[in-house]
Design a protein around this ligand. Structure first.
Ligand SMILES: [Zn+2]
Length: 246
């Protein structure tokens, strides 16, 4: 007469314990999703920033076609890239966020052009950047059929080469294959001995997002959807680079 109730009590206690464990595990999994524990790198807003460098600015328009100036497209695209990275909790520093040139921020005794580039390098170095991306628009006045994206890195930097490949792969997938549905135009990885690429302490690349001198590309680089797909792809490439390196 005494045993039966005891068995019932033990049975229900075990059930409750199991239910409690299931609830605890569910809560743990839920909190991992809420706090994004699976990507700790991108949750840390105090980690090293990514520097976005919109090429040219102010007195320096960069390449042009009639009244279309490279410097303005570079800034538009760079601000979109900043937004997309910030939305992913990645800390961003801009070399410029308005239409200015940067030579006054350098005390180098050199040409205006070199001081402007030196100021960009100093911003990258002072912020101890995780990496940097310089946004530019290409020009090929002699070949108005030249199309596509170039991702340029300094030849001696393995990290920069790795970053360039990740960004280029991502652009080919997201911009060309999925968005424009073409395999004719591509993003290619090139090397270049450019001042900011060579002199900066952090790995980095120049992304030339299209040719201002080619009618088809000229339309694309001004197109909001193209710009949005481009920054989505660059951001994805950056994230892949950081994830694979860690
Ligand atoms: Zn440029």
């Amino acid at each position: 007469m005494h045993k039966k109730p005891i068995i019932i009590i033990i049975g229900s206690y075990k059930k409750r314990a199991i239910l409690f464990c299931i609830l605890l595990i569910s809560l743990l999994i839920l909190s991992m999703f809420i706090f994004n524990i699976s990507h700790p790198v991108f949750n840390n807003t105090s980690s090293k920033p990514i520097v976005i460098d919109p090429g040219h600015g102010g007195i320096d328009g960069g390449s042009s076609h009639n009244d279309l100036l490279e410097k303005n497209i570079n800034l538009e695209v760079s601000l979109k890239l900043k937004k997309i990275l910030s939305d992913k909790n990645i800390r961003v520093v801009m070399t410029r966020d308005k239409d200015i040139s940067l030579e006054s921020k350098s005390d180098l005794k050199s040409s205006r052009y070199r001081r402007d580039l030196n100021a960009r390098k100093s911003i990258i170095d002072k912020n101890n950047a995780e990496l940097f991306v310089s946004i530019h628009v290409n020009a090929h006045p002699k070949n108005t059929k030249a199309q596509g994206v170039q991702v340029i890195h300094y030849p001696e930097s393995r990290d920069s080469e790795h970053l360039a490949k990740e960004i280029s792969d991502s652009i080919n997938k997201i911009v060309f294959n999925e968005f424009l549905k073409t395999e004719q135009i591509k993003a290619e990885v090139l090397t270049g001995n450019f001042y900011v690429l060579r002199e900066s302490k952090s790995p980095g690349v120049i992304v030339e997002i299209g040719f201002i001198t080619t009618p088809e590309d000229r339309e694309l680089i001004q197109n909001e959807d193209y710009q949005y797909k481009m920054v989505t792809a660059i951001a994805q490439g950056i994230i892949e680079y950081i994830a694979n390196r860690n």
